[in-house]
Design a protein around this ligand. Sequence first.
Ligand code: PMP
Length: 387
Amino acid sequence: PTPNVLNFGAGPAKLPTSVLQRAQAELLNYNNTGMSVMELSHRSKEFDNLHNKAQRDLRTLLNIPDNYKILFMQGGGNTQFAVVVYNLLATKRHQIDDLEEEFNPPLDYLITGSWSLKAAEEAKKLYNNVNIVFDAKKFYGSYGSIPPKEDWKLSGSKAAYVYYCDNETVNGVEFNNIPEIDPSVPLVCDMSSNILSRRFDISKFGVIYAGAQKNIGAAGLTVVIVREDLLVRSKNFDNKNSDIPAIPSMLDYKIMADHNSLYNTPPTFSIYISSLVFEWLLELGGVEAIEKTNLTKAKKLYEIIDNSKIYKSPVEKSVRSRMNVPFKIQREELESEFLKGAIELGMLQLKGHRSVGGIRASIYNAITLEDVDFLIEYMMAFERKHC
Ligand code: PMP
């Protein structure tokens, strides 16, 4: 029997118990192959079936239109911070397709928390024209709000792309709608911590990426969804006559797409776990069903925080994350007592990120309403004790 533990970690995070049980049951003999899925060749028929089914299931779950490719890459969100720079500059170069023209389009970044900030800093390392559309911390002193559209300094159609993070895992800030930008500019979105948690109109995006270790499966896999027209490259770019750097093969969306993500050995076990998570989610009724549960979970938790005398949310109501719920305890010295008591009851990883402190409950898809109720009961009892 599994010990009675509730994992509220931000990632790697809780996986559905039934997924783990199935992986355990299939561990020594995957699909009658006589070996584990980890030992299968990535060029085998069995793996090919699994790989293609995982893609199809993800396409169904997210309602991904036919003109988008699904790529299974590696290196996590941090690698994508650089990957999008290389790839979308190459695409923009192709679109201009006049090698005489000076090429220096801005890259627009919306900064709503520590992950989008880190992405912008990585872009600055690689390229000299990164435009900060806004940095919410400069507006408000700390992350927790998104400035109104009038204060955004978008570059318009000149930009090679507009980048944002839909859900800031550390700061608990989530966009409540997709940012409206010039429709000719690709919108790039880091959905690492809220992909599959709610429905999105995928057709609004140029690129979406997410590390698997929260709502998708096990660390090691990075899912990328990219609109096909962004994979077009000019001959001039390909034969290295270009004025922008060539893309390392492993980071090239086009190479990955042309090889159905099998350019090199992919993270086969992580893809397998994701395929089980996708099946689990489809059985539950898909993203629409989990979205309802997620909304209920988040609502209940924020209600307790807002009606409390000791808990306080640092995030403005309209942009509160449904996946990562950070809160402070008004007398800071109570925070360590809160965490200690939670651990005694089996509730783990509730400590806020080291950069912001406080408490953070990550309530991804695998966290049930009952799990959240258990946390809420503890929070109420803790408050009664200290009021
Ligand atoms: N973006 C977001 C929103 C994240 O939450 C994280 C990781 N927690 C990252 C990027 C970085 O991902 P990785 O650790 O996979 O590089």
